[in-house]
Design a protein around this ligand. Sequence first.
Ligand code: PEP
Ligand code: MN
Length: 680
Amino acid sequence: MVMGTDATTLSLGELRQQLDKTDEDIVRLLARRLETVSLIGKAKAEHATQIRDPHREREVLARVEALANSLGISGPLTRKIFSEVIDYSVSRQVASLVDSERRPVSVAYQGQPLTYNQLAAEQYIASRDLQGHFVGLATLNQVVEQLTSGQVDLAFLPIENTVAGSMNQVYDVLRERDLHIVGEDSFRIELCLASVADVPLPALRRIYSHPLALEQCSAFTDSLPQVQTTPFADSRDAMRAVAEAKDPTLAAIGSSEAARSHGLVILRSNIGNQDEILMRYVALARAPLPVDERVSCKTSLILSTRHEKGALLRCLQALGEYGLSLTKLESRPRPNRPWEYMFFIDFEGNVVEARVATALEALRTEALYLKVLGCYPAKATPQVAQASEVKPSEEAAVPEPARPSVAAKPAIRLSKHYKLADRATRSEDTIVRVGDLLIGGDGFVVMAGPCSVESADMIERTARYVREKGAHLLRGGVFKPRTGPYAFQGLGLEGLDMLAAAGKAAGLPIVTEVMAPEQVRAVAEKSDMLQIGARNMQNFALLNAVGKVDRPVLLKRGMSSTIEEWLAAAEYILAQGNGQVVLCERGIRTFESATRNTLDLSAVVVLRERTHLPIIVDPSHGTGRRAYVAPMAWAARACGAHGVSIEVHPDPDKALSDGDQSLTYDEFASLMDGLARVRV
Ligand code: PEP
Ligand code: MN
């Protein structure tokens, strides 16, 4: 206020000056409020209290609203302003517990400056109290590549929209890549219609925008029958095209910021089909970000259920029994698996809480595949506010559930190294699905094919032959673990294409070996099953890598490994969330030199007792001699294995690897005849 002056006698200029001064005071007061907030944050940090205190927030809002009413200004407006102020204050306190690093972060998003994706990224970074450097890229792939290669710290991506639903492409990224959700935000989309001049709506002929924006404004555009819509890659491109054309019959839909930056006139604001369109965004990083237990968190995961009745229900019960409430459950088709689904689940809880860790463990035993996508401060759903109203003391009083099966089942654990693989955790046999083939339970499968894929022709002929004789799955190595570096090392990814084509032509799913974590993603894209060879049974980085993909794994026994070590290796894969493990006995090193290895068929009966995972037997590597393969395959069936893996070659004497143990076509045919006669 201009001191000592009666406001009613001030000139317009003086009044404006007075207004500017008041605005400055408001900002200064906000800064002072935030200083106090940060002191409160420190006080909270010393006492283990929850950051958000909904009870206190309600009191503050009621008090300011009452004060506003008594001063004759709008109570609801004041409440709205203070809700924003409180939200910001809380996010600053959360930020102080989450982002310890204060350096500027680089954030990639899809689109151009002033599109919603960038505005939302800015809002998110500001709410985390960070400084951001923003990089707009044309495609989602480019955003993901920049993050994966370390060029940016975060990728900020839209994941769902209150009108259009989930963004499938982003979920595909989360499923396929080793990236982690470290934050979320919701952003109000206020779409406006803009043109070069203030024209009446009936004068418009064409409206440009991003397809999603057009979809969100369909009711509005449908009300203009003379108008045609044209999709653009980006709403900002649409605005630019309208500005450059200088044609008043054209208009674009996008943010008011983009319209203004192109000098366009806003014809209508808020033209979305719903009053409020919210977009939920996620921030992705290369590594997970641990979040303090006092911050309300959400955890997101992907799971595939077992092929059993009530499988999804049991997974949800595993969460419900620990009092974890779902904020999202959505199903998506499983890639390349018609009419099979995977589920995207968000629930309220922090992975550092004991109840969440135990619930996830219970879920791992129920699900066939589980991937935790991230745990991050909750922001985007109204349920979060309700749930956090449970005071810490009440929360602590939630009774420990009677069943998480993991601890409560009558388990006599055989080993401290594995529990998910343990029969004591799960009494039913696990059935692993490979393509359309089920392995485990009462079935018996035959995997057959050459040691190595040597050419397109040999693998195609062999595939057709073994299929004709009743094999269920085509094997063939393309990355070969050879004793010496001068031996044939396999045809690599080119060989994989040959194997995949041969499998497809013969109607057989395929299995092939991966030798390094870097190969896993590429091989998983084309192979129905991944083999871990004997030499890699304890390659823990490789086990972890196959544990992260949604592909069944054939885990061969290490040639000097005990059954316990083998199950502990399987546990690595299961613990990463991939429950689709099949064990393969392939012989061990003993003092006996009459055979290449000593095929340990007693492992089959031991494993059937100790684990619920399926077991198959490889008598080719197990004996190393062609003549011994068929009898040991029959014996494997007789002792309860779930299948065999047999090396077959069109001309074994000329094979580039393992010719001595490979069967000719005819020998394979008689092996199959004999198998059919084995009584179990
Ligand atoms: C194979 O199956 O071709 C192979 C290399 O097996 P192992 O890892 O059991 O030696
Ligand atoms: Mn071999």
